[in-house]
Design a protein around this ligand. Structure first.
Ligand code: TPP
Ligand code: MG
Length: 432
């Protein structure tokens, strides 16, 4: 209640009241009028008309999937030819390769016990197209499989490696599991493991943007599995009712760890839920980088110019195991995975498009694969040599003044480490 009172005091609070009035006016009803009309007069459904047929509503047709190019890189409607420069297109394509190279090296590093955990993006490389359609000031809330977005924003290979090694140059000071990246400089909120928490956070951040008139938006990525969480519903409804400039980008990759999407829901994917919340929604071919790019560009325009949330459901396939803690051969056939990576590979689709434009040849591909791997290995070797963050850092950044209980713990740890330097391998840690 107190929150409501404060909200109304804000000069922009009247915008929300105007929205409600506008909606009611557009529906041609006054929610308090008792006059005889064809449309219902109940305040909870402004656009419904009366019917005399007893009929339950159900999904009739599946929402279509927007596609720009086919799996051979042919643009299917000339009007949809991507308006990007050669330089931009090659930057995107190089990052797709860089992502693959990084995933290969770090996946193997985990298998060798050199890092504790890793998640790859194989099969979902076209997500980079969404990053290319954003403004660099738009605030990203990711789930964990969005390293491609960070790459596009300029997060360096060294920064990725430092985070996965939790070394002294890790921006998160070694406090997070690998792949839980975050960077204030690149407007990318730190990943948190509990699924879907980023969804209401993104709606809230977007609401603040609306109130500030910043002309930016929040962009929230999540998987179709995360969309089963209550936070998904809370976040979408909040964004719709408050008119928040946020793009919800659902990566529907067919699995939530071992649970296939056919077992996760009975409705028409995640897109149908957006419509249920009154949110402009589009389903796209998530392996078609130009469909992803065009949909995100259009979504951004709606979000920023009209202060409205948008939902994009990008259909794709998780070629990788869920993470290094998973062996997907236990719940799906190797053939299914191989078929997908051959039949509909976002990287080869993009290459085919580039070749048609005359901007790329097969020979260039061998070169780029080699140089991406060399760059990753260089950064990897350097990150491995760096020390872990200073032990004392674990007591910082939460309290301005350390409470007595933590002060005691700090002294205790200092004493133990001093007494048993070999056991605690103190030389592996940076000194403050
Ligand atoms: C609240 C919560 N419940 C369960 C988990 C365990 N968990 C981690 S990832 C995951 C599957 C998520 O699937 P999806 O959202 O489809 O993303 P994908 O891995 O397919 O990219 C689960 C169940 C968690 N991290 N948080
Ligand atoms: Mg999934």
């Amino acid at each position: 209640m107190r929150w409501h009172v404060q909200l109304c005091k804000h000069p922009r609070a009247s915008v929300l009241a105007q929205d409600s009035a506008r909606l009611a006016a557009a529906a041609g009803v006054s929610t308090t009028s008792t006059a005889q009309r064809k449309k219902v007069m109940f305040p909870g459904a402004l656009n419904s008309v009366y019917t005399h047929k007893l009929q339950f509503a159900s999904n009739v047709e599946s929402i279509p999937t927007y596609q720009v190019m086919d799996t051979d890189g042919n643009v299917l409607d000339a009007a949809n030819e991507p308006q990007v420069s050669r330089e931009e297109a090659l930057y995107i394509y190089r990052n797709m390769h860089m992502l693959n190279a990084m995933d290969q090296v770090l996946y193997e590093a985990q298998r060798q016990g050199r890092i504790s955990f890793y998640m790859t993006s194989f099969g979902e490389e076209a997500l980079i197209g969404s990053a290319a359609a954003l403004d660099s000031n738009d605030l990203v809330f990711g789930q964990y499989r969005e390293a491609g977005v960070l790459l596009h924003r300029g997060f360096t290979i060294e920064q990725f490696m430092n985070q996965c090694y939790s070394n002294e140059r890790d921006l998160g000071k070694g406090r997070q599991m690998p792949v839980h990246y975050g960077t204030r400089e690149l407007n990318f909120q730190t990943i948190s493991s509990p699924l879907a928490t980023q969804i209401p956070q993104a709606a809230g951040a977007a609401y603040a943007m609306r109130r500030d008139g910043s002309k930016q938006c929040a962009v929230c990525y999540f998987g179709e599995g995360a969309a089963s969480e209550g936070d998904f519903h809370a976040g979408l409804n909040m964004a719709a009712t408050l008119g928040c400039p946020v793009i919800f980008y659902c990566r529907n990759n067919g699995y939530a760890i071992s649970t296939p999407s056919v077992e996760q829901y009975r409705g028409d994917g995640i897109a149908s839920r957006g419509i249920g919340y009154g949110i402009d929604t589009i389903r796209v071919d998530g392996n078609d980088i130009w469909a992803v790019y065009a949909a995100t560009k259009a979504a951004r325009k709606i979000a920023v110019e009209h202060n409205r949330p948008v939902l994009i459901e990008a259909m794709t396939y998780r070629v990788s195991h869920h993470s290094t803690s998973d062996d997907s051969s236990a719940y799906r056939s190797k053939k299914e995975v191989e078929d997908w990576s051959k039949r509909d590979n976002p990287v080869s689709r993009m290459r085919a498009w580039l070749e048609r434009k005359g901007w790329w040849t097969m020979g260039d591909d061998a070169e780029i694969t080699k140089s991406a791997k060399a760059e990753v290995l260089r950064a990897f070797a350097a990150a491995e040599k760096l020390k872990k963050p200073s032990i004392g850092l674990m007591f910082e950044d939460v309290y301005d003044e350390l409470p007595p209980v933590l002060e005691r713990e700090r002294s205790e740890i200092e004493a133990l480490v001093k007494k048993y330097p070999d056991y605690y391998q103190v030389n592996d840690f940076a000194r403050k």
